[in-house]
Design a binder for this molecule. Structure first.
Ligand SMILES: Cc1ncc(COP(=O)(O)O)c(C=O)c1O
Length: 381
């Protein structure tokens, strides 16, 4: 199988990730932080070390404010609903995933106002539109770093600067960029960073992170056992316990630990430049076929990892079906959980076939996919 669906979940994972999960499951998979026996302590140490690795990757100095969640959706809900209150205003963009848009929409019912900034047809934002939308009660700006539909890269450093100048919290959805692009929370003025563990961070499904800057306080969305202050009926007020109730996903965090070590060893620059090389090759080759329409930024430097396209005259699901059945290529068709992004680029009624590369995508696989698309497009008169 040629796997070009890395924007959904990366595959394959480094061997060290699988090994780390198996080691955890077979050697020390006890309940960390709840008991004081050797296995529980080993688990607790692994979790703390993983918080440190996350902090290092994003240049953040407090590992205790790295929260483990179950995916990016979980992290985004926690940040958005844990910060906003009735009467607050939030700004976001038309390129967001439903894991940002739906929580914000839901908060309307309790009196949270929102403004959605329209991006242009390439999926790029005009930075001054964000600044112009700020109101007296704007508390939060939430933007994706990289669109999961078009791969457009948003200027998070500039948006972070705006947030700092206006004293507004900045939350980034790093679902498509963590583990690929450099994100310096300190330098970019990012207050909260949400990411899945199972995409660019190369961990398994069922893992996610929320990194919370020192100036932000997030209300917990659930209460429960934390292994700390157990005599009290109230939730601990310190991080990470405040936001991490119940037994953690230790095998998942063990895999994530190895995934982040792989990234730190390899280096973000090397991962990004590999992904860019194969994606650019794909764009250059497929652009020669005039039956194929590609979407997203025209300047290849403004995009990352993702290429959405349509063969004119064939439904995206049919193309994906043929790619899977005849050519054994895995892609995602249809709508990509980002309805306003589809509207922005004009594909709300037709969807798109999304190809997404990862750190292990080979040049030959891209050439094979281009040939497959060219063959399929020939069937159209
Ligand atoms: C930009 C973006 N944000 C959020 C998510 C949600 O991630 P998860 O499935 O880990 O909850 C995705 C998933 O594809 C995404 O691409």
């Amino acid at each position: 199988m040629i796997y070009l669906d890395n924007a959904a979940t990366t595959f394959p994972k480094p061997k060290s990730v699988t090994k780390s999960i198996v080691d955890c499951m077979t050697k020390y998979c006890a309940n960390p932080g709840r008991s004081s026996h050797t296995m529980a302590i080993e688990g607790a140490k692994l979790i703390f070390e993983t918080r440190e690795l996350v902090a290092k990757l994003f240049n953040f100095d407090d590992p205790l404010r790295v929260i483990f969640t179950f995916n990016a959706t979980d992290s985004l809900n926690l940040a958005i609903k844990g910060v906003l209150q009735p009467g607050d205003h939030v700004i976001t963009t038309s390129m967001e995933h439903n894991s940002v848009l739906r929580p914000i929409h839901q908060l309307k019912s309790i009196g949270v106002e929102s403004t959605i900034i329209d991006c242009d047809e390439e999926g790029l934002i005009n930075i001054s539109d964000i600044e112009n939308a700020i109101k007296y009660n704007t508390k939060l700006i939430v933007t994706t770093h990289v669109s999961n539909l078009t791969g457009s890269i948003l200027p998070i450093k500039e948006i972070g600067n705006i947030c700092r100048r206006h004293n507004i919290f900045y939350l980034i959805d790093a679902a498509q960029s963590a583990g690929v692009l450099e994100i310096d929370m300190e330098d970019f003025n990012i207050d909260m960073l949400a990411a899945p563990g199972h995409k660019g961070l190369l961990g398994p499904q069922g893992t996610g992170i929320l990194v919370i800057g020192k100036n932000v306080d997030i209300r917990q969305l659930k209460e429960g056992g934390t292994g700390s202050e157990s005599s009290k009926l109230t939730q601990p007020s310190f991080y990470p316990d405040k936001l991490e109730s119940g037994t953690p996903n230790l095998p998942g965090i063990a895999g994530l630990n190895a995934g982040i070590k792989y990234i730190l060893n390899k280096g973000l620059k090397s991962i990004y430049s590999h992904e860019k090389k194969v994606l650019d090759l794909f764009i250059d080759e497929i652009s020669k076929n005039d039956k194929i329409e590609i979407y997203g930024p025209k300047d290849k430097n403004n995009r990352c990892s993702v290429l959405p396209l349509n063969i004119r005259g064939i439904d995206s699901s049919e193309v994906a079906f043929m790619l899977d059945n005849k050519y054994h290529i895995a892609v995602r068709p249809g709508l990509h959980c980002a309805p306003l992004a589809h509207k922005t680029i004009g594909t709300q009624s037709i969807g798109a076939v999304r190809f997404s590369v990862g750190p292990f995508t080979k040049k030959e696989e891209i050439i094979y996919a281009v040939n497959a698309l060219n063959e399929i497009s020939k069937e159209i008169k």
